[in-house]
Ligand binder design. Structure first.
Ligand SMILES: N[C@@H](CCC(=O)N[C@@H](CS)C(=O)NCC(=O)O)C(=O)O
Length: 213
């Protein structure tokens, strides 16, 4: 009998949500241990023991500690029963990994930090948006969406016919990005991604992992 895995982090985090989505889609019970990485005092020491870069999520299952969301998601898919979230053909699996890498390397900072945080999140905290930062991010966002759209082809999921980790890695980023008015026109140029997001946003696991108000 194995113990329930623990996810260390906060529900507002894109990467924590991606890991939770993998657990939810597999039907694995888990515990979310709250850690506020943006606390004024900085990341708590208990997090730094598990994640030396002070980022969330961290993860533990049966004494096995892991960090980096993509690695955690792959572990969850491989260690637990439930629907497979990675295709078995090498070329299809490579597409999933390529998408996860595009999301981490290019999309996360541009879509979430440069556009969503500047336009939506910072103003809520009383800061004026950095318009120059947003404007500079728009062509990069367009490039990200075009690249994802090219890999996606006709979909309906990002890596083809079935739901994979690529969808679960992307959806939390799009959940924030699409709250910014800049997202509408950018997505209108990528109808397959727009339709994908409309479907993903309705998944019960997206509701189950929605950030706490
Ligand atoms: N490469 C890390 C990235 C995790 C990450 O950036 N998490 C954000 C929250 S979504 C964070 O902890 N940010 C804290 C900070 O930037 O100080 C992973 O894949 O787990």
């Amino acid at each position: 009998m194995t113990s329930a895995p623990v996810v260390y982090g906060a529900s507002y985090s894109v990467y924590v949500r991606a890991v939770r989505l993998a657990l939810e889609e597999k039907g694995v019970p888990y515990r979310l241990e709250p850690i506020d990485v943006f606390a004024e005092t900085g990341p708590p020491a208990s997090l730094l023991e598990r994640q030396p870069f002070g980022r969330i999520p961290a993860f533990e299952h049966d004494g096995f500690r892991l960090y980096e969301a993509g690695a955690i998601e792959r572990y969850i898919d491989e260690a637990f029963s439930g629907p497979a979230l990675q295709p078995s053909a090498p070329s299809d699996r490579a597409r999933v990994n390529q998408l996860i890498s595009i999301l981490d390397s290019y999309a996360y900072r541009t879509l979430v930090w440069d556009i969503y945080v500047e336009r939506v999140s910072s103003p809520k905290k009383g800061r004026l948006p950095d318009e120059a930062r947003i404007q500079a991010a728009l062509p990069r966002a367009q490039l990200c969406l075009r690249a994802i759209g090219d890999v996606m082809d006709d979909g309906p999921y990002l890596a083809g016919a079935t739901l994979t980790l690529a969808d679960l890695h992307a959806a939390p980023m799009f959940a924030y990005f699409t709250l910014a008015p800049e997202a509408g026109p950018l997505l209108a140029d990528q109808p397959a991604i727009e339709a994908w997001w409309a479907r993903m946003a309705q998944r019960p696991t997206m509701h189950a992992t929605a950030p706490a108000a």
